[in-house]
Design a protein around this ligand. Structure first.
Ligand SMILES: CC(C)(COP(=O)(O)OP(=O)(O)OC[C@H]1O[C@@H](n2cnc3c(N)ncnc32)[C@H](O)[C@@H]1OP(=O)(O)O)[C@@H](O)C(=O)NCCC(=O)NCCS
Length: 237
């Protein structure tokens, strides 16, 4: 082969097939109940990540009511009552066992009080920490050990690395604890902030699905990002 030639796809495929075979069959550690993370939340440098609760609805509404936040999310604009009901439903989803199951972790920022002080304990002088965004883990395929991540952060807290911090923690937790073969994310191809986050997570753009959704009066492409378990493990050393 010429020195500068494109690698032979057949050889590349054989190398990957060997690596994939060495990974063994799907081995998801299911069922998993995210309620366990209430007692032992995930912590990052600046955040505490614990299961979303229905009582987080006032904080979630602060970002869910902003049309710009919803632009690339499959969420309609909801009024307060609808949004609170939506948060209650998402908070109740905790157990991963079958395709489509999901749980949501609230990104709480210690030291920043919730917009709702009704849950505060005045005697302790401690306000409830604000939920600045949330992250979802969903089962794309239990049979094939494929998980999906999704995310949203209040605009006041974007561009500060909080999304990356939380998503790295959830990606690592998912690979370590749930043992998927691959983690993926689907995004509106116009969503540059989300694409940047995928890349910061070591995910590769694997496909552009043409005209998959009709939004904003036009057919929109969907970008698919993914990372294999062995790539994640190799990147960690
Ligand atoms: C997608 C989304 C979660 C990304 O959030 P984000 O705030 O852009 O992501 P990060 O927290 O990783 O912030 C990244 C930026 O903060 C900067 N930053 C500032 N301080 C930082 C710090 N201490 N650490 C790391 N990054 C920092 C980074 O340089 C980076 O900027 P860059 O992209 O120009 O390099 C957010 O845009 C969002 O909620 N959008 C609306 C909902 C949505 O579309 N969800 C996705 C549907 S698929």
């Amino acid at each position: 082969m010429h020195e500068n030639a494109t690698p032979d796809p057949a050889t590349t495929t054989i190398d990957r097939a060997a690596a994939a075979a060495a990974d063994g069959p799907p081995a998801l550690r299911f069922p998993f109940d995210a309620t366990a993370l209430t007692e032992t939340p995930l912590t990052t440098e600046r955040l505490v990540l614990r299961p979303l609760e229905a009582s987080d609805a006032p904080d979630v509404f602060e970002y869910q009511r902003i049309p710009d936040v919803l632009k690339y999310l499959p969420w309609p604009l909801r009024d307060r009552a609808e949004a609170y009901e939506h948060t209650a439903k998402r908070a109740a989803a905790r157990v991963l066992a079958d395709d489509g199951d999901f749980f949501v972790l609230a990104m709480t920022l210690p030291g920043t009080p919730s917009v709702d002080d009704s849950g505060a304990d005045p005697s302790a002088g401690v306000a409830r920490d604000r939920v600045i965004g949330d992250m979802m883990v969903r089962v794309s395929s239990a049979k094939h050990a494929q998980l999906e991540l999704g995310w949203v952060v209040h605009p006041d807290f974007q561009g500060k690395g909080y999304a990356r911090e939380a998503a790295v923690a959830i990606r690592d937790f998912a690979f370590e604890t749930l043992h998927p073969h691959r983690i993926q994310a689907f995004l509106d191809a116009r969503n540059e902030a989300s694409a940047g986050l995928c890349e910061r997570l070591g995910m590769r753009r694997e496909a552009t699905i043409l005209e998959e959704q009709y939004n904003d009066g036009e057919w929109q492409d969907t970008a698919l990002y993914g990372v294999l378990r062995r790539e994640w493990a190799a990147a960690r050393g």
